[in-house]
Design a protein around this ligand. Structure first.
Ligand code: HEM
Length: 410
């Protein structure tokens, strides 16, 4: 396959890898771009290869710099391999899956109630930008960042810009990178204040843990890297706003689910949240670079080759999902939990590989959002375009999902 297909990446967006796979009749194809081969893969077997825990892939040098500088940046957990990765990852897992981590759901419910009072004074609101704001407040409080002297609106703008603008190359991306530098300076200031004893966040908060974390050689992280890792928990919590927005779209377009959850029936809440994460587009794909030569399904890979795993395409693969383009939470009622089929946040094992350590928190926040949206507020849905254009990442309905006449219940 030649470079001629690559512009498809820009025009077809999320569907590019899958359409090309369908056209060539396989789950893998290779193009030559900029003088080197790039292999695109989709499906559960591909996820098993990519996240097989055999250390065959590294993220180092795999993500284009313009994306890396927005999302993970140098020195972050995603750029580490082997023992150093496992050591740093253990910190994230402890932070994100401990019983303390569950506190975020209560903070989110409080912030939602506070926001709902403001929404009640407006004719209409755009849910996505409001969810970004309220999750920024929740993320800061959960992480132990004092709200006094912090502009939540300002932080929300900077943290969401990193995700909003990854799809852009050029001025939009530069502007987002500039905002990122400012956020890093702000986060480094917090780390430095904690280390100097000028700020005392709760002992098990993300700010305290990251500021005091020692790497596998026993050294504190540099201020810059600690700042990057603090942002690495704040930014994705704010990004959960996209899934909250998609959950609202699903409730609007499939109102029987809204009625079910409004009545307090929760048996299908987890299936519903899984289906939102499967069906709606978020991160399209993950790139990795091979660390060693190997053969997979007859294809030869040399060391240092770029490989891209299609997350969206795997979540919509016909051989894994019956009627993949239908929104059907029922499919998850008796799902076997295969870690290589539902992979919106990466595949495999989050302890040994790069799978997202924030998945349990994402699911918990989304479940609470569905409860709150169906039981704690009433609203009407103005006429609007709820379709999700797939040709630009990250995708969202054009108008950000409008709610009118929001009223808190009770
Ligand atoms: C908003 C929904 C989320 C999505 C769609 C998402 C998606 C992803 C993806 C695709 C990866 C990369 C996997 C790879 O490199 O193979 C990742 C990694 C990561 N995510 Fe998430 N994530 C989300 C929420 C979260 C949350 C809430 C947190 C923390 C509060 C978080 C923290 C991280 C970290 C630290 C990594 C790097 C892990 C590593 O390299 O080992 N994410 N996420």
């Amino acid at each position: 396959m030649s470079l001629r297909r690559l512009p498809g990446l820009l025009t077809e967006g999320y569907a590019f890898i899958s359409r090309t796979c369908d056209n060539v009749g396989t789950d893998a194809f290779r193009v030559h771009a900029f003088g080197r081969p790039v292999t695109f893969l989709r499906g559960a077997d591909a996820s098993r290869l990519f996240y097989g825990g055999q250390g065959r892939f590294t993220r180092a040098g795999a993500v284009p710099t313009f994306v890396q500088h927005l999302l993970q940046d140098e020195g972050s957990v995603q750029g580490l391999d082997s023992a150093a990765h496992r050591h740093r990852k253990a910190m994230f897992r402890a932070l994100l899956t401990s019983s303390d981590a569950g506190r975020i759901v209560d903070l989110f419910a409080e912030d939602f109630a506070r926001a709902a009072r403001y929404w009640a004074e407006q004719d209409r609101i755009a849910l996505h930008s409001q969810a970004e704001l309220l999750l920024t407040r929740t993320a800061l409080r959960w992480a132990g960042v004092p709200l006094a002297g912090t502009s939540v609106r300002h932080r929300a703008r900077e943290l969401s810009a990193m995700v909003d603008w990854i799809g852009l190359v050029g001025p939009g991306n530069w502007a987002a990178r500039l905002l990122r530098r400012r956020t890093e300076a702000w986060a480094a200031g917090l780390v430095s204040a904690v280390r100097a004893g000028e700020l005392s966040p709760p002992g098990r908060s993300a700010l305290a843990v990251i500021a005091g974390f020692r790497d596998d050689h026993g050294d504190l992280l540099t201020e810059e890297v600690a700042a990057v890792e603090l942002i690495n928990v704040l930014r994705p919590i704010v990004a959960v706003s996209r899934f909250v927005t998609f959950a609202a779209v699903a409730l609007m377009t499939h109102p029987h689910w809204r009625e079910t959850f409004a009545q307090g029936t929760e048996a299908d809440l987890q299936p519903f949240v899984h289906e939102v994460r499967r069906y709606y587009p978020f991160f399209p794909a993950v790139p990795g670079r091979t660390t060693e030569p190997f053969t997979w399904q007859g294809a030869e890979f040399a060391a240092g080759e770029l490989v891209v795993l299609d997350l969206y395409g795997t979540n919509h693969h016909r051989s894994l999902w019956e009627l993949p383009e239908a929104f059907a939470p029922e499919r998850f009622r008796d799902w076997d939990g295969d870690p290589h089929t539902l992979i919106p946040q990466g595949g495999g094992d989050s302890v040994t590989d790069h799978r997202c350590p924030g998945e349990p928190m994402t699911i918990a926040l989304m479940k609470e959002a569905v409860r709150l949206l169906t039981r704690s507020v009433t609203y009407t849905v103005p006429v609007q375009d709820l379709s999700v254009p797939l040709n630009r990442g990250p995708a969202l309905p054009r108008e950000g999902v409008l709610l009118a006449g929001v009223q808190p219940v009770g």
